[in-house]
Design a protein around this ligand. Structure first.
Ligand SMILES: O=C(O)CCC(=O)C(=O)O
Ligand SMILES: [Fe+2]
Length: 701
């Protein structure tokens, strides 16, 4: 039943009778399927005979193709290939260069040095919205051209489905496993003509070929070649071996998509077309071939299947330390999610620099720009046809502390095209009004955000017990406030504890440090040193204090007269956390998130720290005594009516700020494993939707 069509340099391309798969006994069918799979796994190429295509039909097809290429160049140029999205139309000689290179500059150089000596016409599925085929005028010899090609396109669709079924049978999975990806027939029929060419063209330029070395992009290619020859396939030794034409066969090779689907279990092998082994006189005659390149599924879901991915963007305040050393927590979380969502790629990317100058909205727009860049890079790298309409990347924003607010603002901005409204909404007691949205929500956001997972983000301010230690009466004295708050200065910024500023700092506000290159002239000798935490720590110290003060409603702190130097620098950082002072804004933000969850199914949760066994009750004169186990860093919603807030208990922490900062340190937080599991569960639940279910990463080894 099976023999070798090619056997050289370690490359064995089998010749397989496909009729035994289509019409054979169950045993023959299975054996044939296994041979087909084996050919794809080893050579990446097979030859099929016994196809339901008669020699006459085939001859007619090649004749029709040749008639098309005889058309004057101006006529062909009237329906030129335009965009990769459409991938339809005519490509004149020299236009396309098949290659595995990706850098456009490199491709250009190669094309200039050795242009492909071919012309082609790409014909796609009829009836695809927005992408009509370009048909030549039906006159003279070309009458019936469209019908012939549409009919052959259909035949290729059928053959494609059957070859994919053979692969499924060979793999021992459900025979129809690939059907839903092939039944639309989103395939490209490619008529190829390699014009007659003088032999010395190839000797003058040793790099000259008819079609450059490349692998195909789709699932499989059905290649019908005439009898000239010139197709070569790369062998395991690297040498190119002739894939000599065999009458009434079709060469079938696996493309990059199928390699990806199968985790490279199936090979997408490099091939090219060179001058044929023989020619008359000093010319090589023309060669024709017809390739049915099967993408394998409808264009709109194509990208999902190859490169669909869930990306977690960790909003890491102040470098890569927030989520543990080198963002370990984010990486760990990505691994957990990956195991739970095997159909998609899961990657954690950390926002490298958290710039906290200017107001919150400026920070958000800087982050948004960065995020957009990341996602576009991924979409471009993967060739997603319409990333803004059908993105292949879904993103979860995870943010610690203030990072959660930036994440929230980002998704609100993306869905509203404006930031949160400033009118009043109540979040307490479940009696919330709907935030008005004259424009309605924009579900076509790009980048597509699947959810916001916040970690100990003070969406509703910082719990009074964090700031006050029976000290709020001193808040009318700015110096005292600073003393009280110095211990909190880095907390909001998530720096690790070793980088905290001195906690016994007794300097008045007037001694707030100015930026390094803008030291105030009247700098006091005892001004706090930035020490090892540099500019960054200074920002944290100032902004953290401001945020905490704001949360503790110590308005006296905002006494600008006392700040003698560097105010503009300081104030621009204060603005950022100033949002914690704006109660209505805080509530509106939460209302907006709840609405996004309800209307657009965007996940939202806040995993907030709570002290556990190691904590003791705390006297907070403003609010009375807070029981040890009620001690949280964040102000909690009055009832759980502000989205999902879930506690993350730390049985080792003795104070709220410590729990807040050590969330992601397994050594200091006995609840680390639980926290990771909870975080994973949220993200998995948000992501198990239609997008996920229709994604196929292809773990089919
Ligand atoms: O013309 C041939 O034989 C090969 C064409 C080819 O490899 C392609 O179009 O991808
Ligand atoms: Fe190819």
């Amino acid at each position: 039943m099976e023999s070798a069509a090619v056997k050289s340099e370690g490359l064995v391309i089998p010749l397989i009778d496909f009729s035994l798969f289509l019409n054979g006994t169950p045993e023959q069918r299975k054996e044939t399927a296994q041979a087909i799979l084996h050919g794809f796994q080893t050579a990446g190429f097979i030859y099929l005979k016994g196809l339901p295509i008669t020699p006459e039909y085939r001859k007619g097809l090649f004749e029709t193709s040749a008639k098309y290429f005889k058309l004057p160049i101006e006529t062909k140029m009237s329906h030129c290939w335009t965009t990769p999205e459409a991938n339809r139309g005519y490509s004149a000689p020299g236009r396309e260069k098949t290659t595995s290179l990706t850098d456009p500059e490199d491709v250009k150089k190669l094309r200039d040095a050795a242009p492909d000596l071919k012309e082609s016409l790409e014909i796609g599925r009829e009836g695809e919205p927005g992408h009509p085929n370009f048909w030549p005028l039906e006159q003279g010899e070309l009458v019936g051209f469209k019908k012939t090609m549409v009919d052959f396109h259909d035949k290729c669709k059928y053959l494609h489905m059957e070859v994919m079924r053979a692969i499924a049978v060979g793999l021992g999975i459900d025979e129809q496993w690939f059907d839903s990806f092939t039944d639309v027939g989103d395939n490209t029929l490619r008529l190829l003509h390699y014009p007659e060419v003088k032999k010395d063209v190839f000797t003058i330029n040793p790099g000259q070929v008819r079609a450059g070395a490349h692998s195909d992009y789709g699932s499989i290619t059905l290649l019908f070649q005439d009898s000239r020859g010139g197709l070569q396939v790369q062998s395991p030794t690297g040498a190119f071996v002739d894939a000599t034409p065999i009458e009434n066969t079709c060469v079938v090779n696996a493309g990059d998509l199928l390699a990806r689907w199968s985790n490279d279990n199936i090979k997408s092998t490099i091939h090219r077309v060179v001058e044929p082994p023989s020619g008359d006189g000093n010319v090589y005659p023309a060669r024709y071939s017809i390739a049915g390149l099967s993408k394998g599924l409808e264009l709109s879901t194509y990208s999902d299947v190859i490169i669909e991915g869930l990306h977690m963007i960790a909003l890491d305040i102040g470098g890569e330390d927030t989520f543990g050393d080198k963002s370990e927590f984010a990486q760990h979380l990505a691994a957990l999610i990956s195991a739970a969502l095997p159909k998609v790629d899961v990657r954690a990317i950390t926002y490298p620099k958290y710039e906290t100058r200017g107001d919150l909205h400026e920070c958000v727009s800087r982050f948004q720009d960065w995020l957009l860049e990341q996602v576009i890079d991924i979409e471009v790298a993967n060739g997603t046809p319409s990333p803004t309409i059908d993105p292949s990347v879904h993103t979860i924003l995870i943010g610690h502390s203030m990072g959660g607010i930036v994440a929230a603002e980002t998704v609100i901005a993306l869905t509203n095209d404006k930031l949160i409204p400033h009118s009043e909404y109540e979040v307490t007691g479940g009696e919330r009004e709907q935030a008005p949205s004259p424009e309605g929500l924009n579900s076509l956001m790009f980048p597509y955000i699947q959810g916001v997972l916040a970690f100990d983000t003070p969406f509703l301010g910082i719990a009074p017990g964090v700031v006050a230690h029976g000290a709020e009466s001193h808040y009318n004295n700015a110096a005292a406030a600073w003393t009280q708050l110095s211990g909190l200065s880095t907390v909001l910024w998530g720096s690790s504890s070793k980088d905290q500023p001195p906690t016994s700092n007794k300097q008045p506000v007037g001694a707030l440090p100015a930026p390094e290159n803008n030291q105030p002239k009247n700098n006091q000798p005892n001004a706090p040193k930035s020490g090892g935490w540099g500019n960054w720590g200074k920002i944290a110290m100032v902004a953290g204090a401001a945020g905490a003060v704001a949360a503790g409603s110590a308005a006296a702190y905002m006494n600008r007269e006392q700040i003698t130097t560097g105010w503009s620098w300081v104030s621009s950082h204060l603005e950022f956390v100033g949002c914690l002072a704006r109660g209505e804004e805080l509530k509106n933000r939460v209302v907006a998130l709840v609405r996004l969850n309800k209307e657009l199914d965007i996940g939202f949760a806040n995993l907030y720290t709570r002290l556990g066994k190691a904590s003791s009750p705390k006297q907070v004169s403003m609010v009375g005594t807070v029981l040890g186990k009620e001690r949280t860093f964040c102000n909690l919603p009055a009832k759980q009516a502000a989205g999902v807030w879930k506690e993350a208990i730390n049985d080792a922490a003795t104070d709220e700020a410590g729990a807040h900062m050590c969330m992601f340190e397994a050594k200091e937080n006995p609840g680390y494993a639980r926290l990771s599991e909870d975080a994973k569960d949220f993200i998995v639940a948000w992501s198990k939707n239609d997008w996920y279910e229709t994604s196929t990463r292809g773990d089919i080894e």
